[in-house]
Each structure stands twice: as structure tokens, then as C-alpha cells.
Design a protein around this ligand. Structure first.
Ligand code: BG6
Length: 479
């Protein structure tokens, strides 16, 4: 018998800005990623304040899911997907973010996508905001630094909730909301980059602004959850955290405390607010010591309490170490870097591969919140090279996924209530951190390259056939 529940939601995950393309089609406005150029592991992408004709903007075409969605969803169905996590691009519905009437053409596109999912028996899991803030809101309001955005976000939520109430049940309010605690979050999450043009490595770090912006997102998230609960009792509302598991590099108690503090600020802070409905005490001290003052309205405390989520979701790719000791080796990672763990190997992008860390993380989260959980991102970004037979034999990806699924099974045996698993980039798409196509995650290869060339044709990798067997056996057959 499988350890996973009978209705386990096997599937895959994507985000509108990284795969839809059609960035200015049918009335769509520009979102922040549409202002980001391509880059690579060694050459950071840029944010520009206008579209520069001499630069390449990978989101503009991406893999053109906008025009290939039927073919792509049919392939997901062939793998046996029970769910498909995607995001709605805010700028398809409200091109500038502040309109009061939604763009009908944008809404129609997602009708088509969700209807197609339904036709294949696939349950959509929708991220309301996945790094897709309307750029007009950056230019005019400095993104989430302004409280006005709460109202704009609510208008957006009301429009999509009402439109898709019979098509979508599972919603996530913000992708990786805790990314706002990290400097890169100014671009990806909070949009607090008004007037900034330059390399993503040089984005100015303004903690006060970022944490104030996060407060506005917490309030917006809680209001959306409450509104959904009041008006659409069939909805299940979740949060989404970028979980960067870290370990103390040594057993020096100073390292243990340093790691505990890192875990609190990076991983626990945002979900403590979204699950427990209030700011955790450790943040009050950290704010005081970092000279941060969060401006709150008198009603905010009640809003946060009333808008707690129904389930907890997170992304998990890698882990790293934290230390107070000098002369230790750095290592890369998702959004933030850390210290190298001598027991782990890393991907080509320097992300340390740690399947056991997933079991540890699932247990830690479940012990803390006792909510149903989903791993909504996980996977190996790798260079895929075609073999002589013209196929992609991605045994490295299969190994990575197999080991992580094995550890999920261990966590379920430990008692964790796991609802589903949607590996990231189930079809190749543009990398969020580097803006490149070369970093591929998919079960489905897309003929699209970093210089913008490629005929966009789709091909099945070995992992496609493997994942199909995994799903068919409810996670029992991992061979
Ligand atoms: C997550 C994001 O942090 O990691 C995704 O939610 C992103 O948008 C994914 O694509 C993988 O990161 P990257 O940088 O390899 O695309």
C-alpha cells in the first residue's frame, strides 16, 4: 500500500511570468518580470525602467504557454497530473493594477486554461501573486511600500474569486512571501524598486521599506483569506513560503543560536503571521535592534487574526549552513546564499542537494502548525543536453526527485499531513533568479534557448515517463 493518501495531489508547478509569454497581448500590462533582462549564473539579470530595444526580456515570449496551453495541459494529463499549480498574472486582469474594471480578455484566457484543466480532470492550484506585481504600481507607488496596494490587491482578488469560483478551489495568496525578508525580495516580492535600473546584484537594500511592504502584504493576504471564507466557503486558502532550511555549521552553541535566529527571520516569521495571525515575539526584538518601525493601522491586528490560512505550502530545493566562525566556505542557493555543508553535493548552480532535509523540514513545519501541507515546488535546475538519439536522458533529475519523494514518504510515516506535491517547472521555463532558459527543471523539454531562438516545440524527457509511473502507483513505484 502507498503511504500517500488516496487523493494525494500529484502534479507540477509553473508561474505565469515564467512561461506564458504574450506579455503585451490582449490588453496585458507590464509586470515587474517584464522589465527584467536575461542573465545567467555568472552574469546577473538587470531590471530596467523602460523596455530597452538592445536587451532581451525572456518573459516576453517565455515558452508561449499562452498559445500552447492545450498541448501542454494534455501532456500534464498524460503524466497523470491530479493538480496543476499556476499563477494568474495580475497584469492580464488589471494592466496597471489600479483599475476598477477587469480586462475581459485577460479573464477569458484563464477561463480557457481552467476549463482545459477540468476537461482533463486536473484540479487547478492558483497562486494569486507570483512575483508578478504590475510595474505601474512600482512606478507610481513604490510597490508594496504603499498601503494603497492592499485595496488594489483586494479588487484583483474579488474579480478572480467571483469569476473562477466554480473552477478553482485551492488558492495561495502570495508566492514565497518570505522572499520579502531578503534583499532580492525588493524586486521579486515587494516591488520596492521605484526608479531603480541596474543589475539585480546591485539592488539597494532598504530593510525598513521591505518589512513595511511585507506588513501590507500580510494585511492583504489576511483580508483575501477572510473575504474568501466569508463569501466562498468551498475555497481552501493557503500561504506559500520559500523554505531555506539551514543547519548550524558546528555544534558551537553560538552557531546554534545564529542558525535559530536565521530560521526565525527567513523561514518562520511570515508563516507565524499567516498561520497564527500575529507577529511573533522574536521579531519585535529584531525590529528594535535593526531600527525598523512597522506602521500599523488600529484594525490590522484583528485583520491578521481573522485571516489565517487553511493550509501551508512551501518550496524546497536545497539547504545550507550558518556559522559565526570565520574562514568558512560560502555556497549559493535559492534567493540567499549560506555556508557550504561538507556532507552535501551541489547542483550546477551551486544549490546543495539535501533530500533528508525535506523530511526534517516537513516535520518541523507540521510540529509547529499542525496544518495540512503541500510541497508546491521542488526540483533540479540542470543543463539538459540531447543525446545522440536526440532525446534527453535526465537520470540526474529522476535521482533528485526520487530521493525527495522517498523522504516525503518518510515524513508521512512520521505523521505529517501531506496533501500533495507539485515539482517546479514541470515544463521547462525561464529561471526566476537568473532569467535564463538553460536552467531547466521540466519533465517536458522546450526548444527555446537563452538567445531567444528556438521553435518552441515540446519533447518528453526520460523523467516524463518516470513521473507518470510514480503518479500511477501513488508514489510507490520510484524505479
Ligand atoms: C522559487 C520561485 O523560488 O524557485 C520560482 O517560486 C523559481 O519562481 C524557483 O523559478 C526556482 O528558481 P530559479 O531561480 O532556478 O528559477
Amino acid at each position: 500500500m502507498s503511504v500517500f493518501r488516496d487523493d494525494f495531489l500529484w502534479g507540477g508547478a509553473c508561474a505565469a511570468n515564467q512561461f506564458e509569454g504574450a506579455w503585451d497581448v490582449d490588453g496585458k500590462g507590464a509586470s515587474v518580470p517584464d522589465m527584467c533582462t536575461n542573465g545567467s549564473h555568472t552574469n546577473p539579470k538587470w531590471v530596467t525602467t523602460g523596455i530597452r530595444p538592445d536587451r532581451l526580456y525572456p518573459s516576453h515570449e517565455a515558452i508561449d504557454f499562452y498559445h500552447h496551453y492545450e498541448e501542454d495541459i494534455a501532456l500534464f494529463s498524460e503524466m497523470g497530473f491530479k493538480t496543476f499549480r499556476t499563477s494568474i498574472n495580475w497584469t492580464r486582469v488589471f494592466p496597471n493594477g489600479w483599475e476598477t474594471e477587469p480586462n475581459e480578455k485577460g479573464l477569458e484566457f484563464y477561463d480557457r486554461v481552467f476549463d482545459c484543466c477540468k476537461k482533463h480532470g486536473i484540479e487547478p492550484l492558483v497562486t494569486i501573486s507570483h512575483y508578478e506585481l504590475p510595474y505601474a504600481l512600482v512606478e507610481k507607488y513604490n510597490g508594496w511600500a504603499s498601503r494603497e496596494l492592499i485595496e488594489f490587491y483586494m479588487n484583483y482578488c474579488k474579480a478572480i474569486f467571483e469569476r473562477y469560483k466554480d473552477k478553482v478551489k485551492y488558492w495561495l495568496t502570495f508566492n514565497e512571501i518570505n522572499c520579502g525578508t531578503m534583499p532580492m525580495g525588493a524586486i521579486l516580492e515587494t516591488g520596492t524598486i521605484k526608479g531603480f535600473e541596474g543589475s539585480t546584484a546591485d539592488v539597494p537594500d532598504n530593510k525598513q521599506e521591505r518589512f513595511q511592504a511585507l506588513h501590507h502584504q500580510f494585511v492583504a493576504s489576511a483580508k483575501a483569506v477572510k473575504y474568501a471564507h466569508d463569501n466562498y466557503p468551498q475555497f481552501k486558502m493557503g500561504n506559500m513560503i520559500c523554505f531555506i532550511t539551514s543547519y548550524p555549521l558546528t555544534c558551537d552553541p553560538a552557531d546554534v543560536i545564529a542558525n535559530q535566529q536565521k530560521m526565525q527571520i527567513t523561514n518562520w516569521f511570515c508563516s507565524d503571521v499567516q498561520v497564527r495571525g500575529e507577529y511573533p515575539s522574536y521579531m519585535k526584538r529584531w525590529f528594535a535592534e535593526n531600527g525598523i518601525t512597522i506602521l500599523q493601522q488600529p484594525e490590522d491586528a484583528d485583520i491578521l487574526k481573522e485571516g489565517t490560512v487553511d493550509f501551508y505550502t512551501f518550496s524546497y530545493y536545497m539547504s545550507n549552513c550558518i556559522t559565526t566562525h570565520k574562514d568558512t566556505e560560502d555556497v549559493g542557493g535559492n534567493i540567499v546564499a549560506g555556508k557550504k555543508n561538507p556532507y552535501l553535493k551541489a547542483s550546477d548552480w551551486g544549490w546543495q542537494i539535501d533530500p533528508i532535509g525535506l523530511r526534517y523540514t516537513l516535520n518541523e513545519i507540521y510540529d509547529r502548525y499542525h496544518l495540512p501541507m503541500m510541497v508546491v515546488e521542488n526540483g533540479l535546475g540542470a543543463y539538459d543536453v540531447k543525446s545522440e538519439d536526440g532525446k534527453i536522458h535526465d537520470s540526474y533529475r529522476i535521482d533528485y526527485l526520487r530521493q525527495h519523494i522517498q523522504q516525503m514518504a518518510e515524513a508521512v510515516k512520521d505523521g505529517v499531513d501531506l496533501m500533495g506535491y507539485t515539482p517546479w517547472g514541470c515544463i521547462d521555463l525561464v529561471s526566476a533568479s537568473t532569467g535564463e532558459m538553460a536552467k531547466r527543471y521540466g519533465f517536458i523539454y522546450v526548444n527555446k534557448f537563452d538567445d531567444g531562438t528556438g521553435d518552441l516545440s515540446r519533447e518528453k524527457k526520460d523523467s516524463f515517463y518516470w513521473y507518470k509511473k510514480v503518479i500511477a502507483s501513488n508514489g510507490k513505484n520510484l524505479e
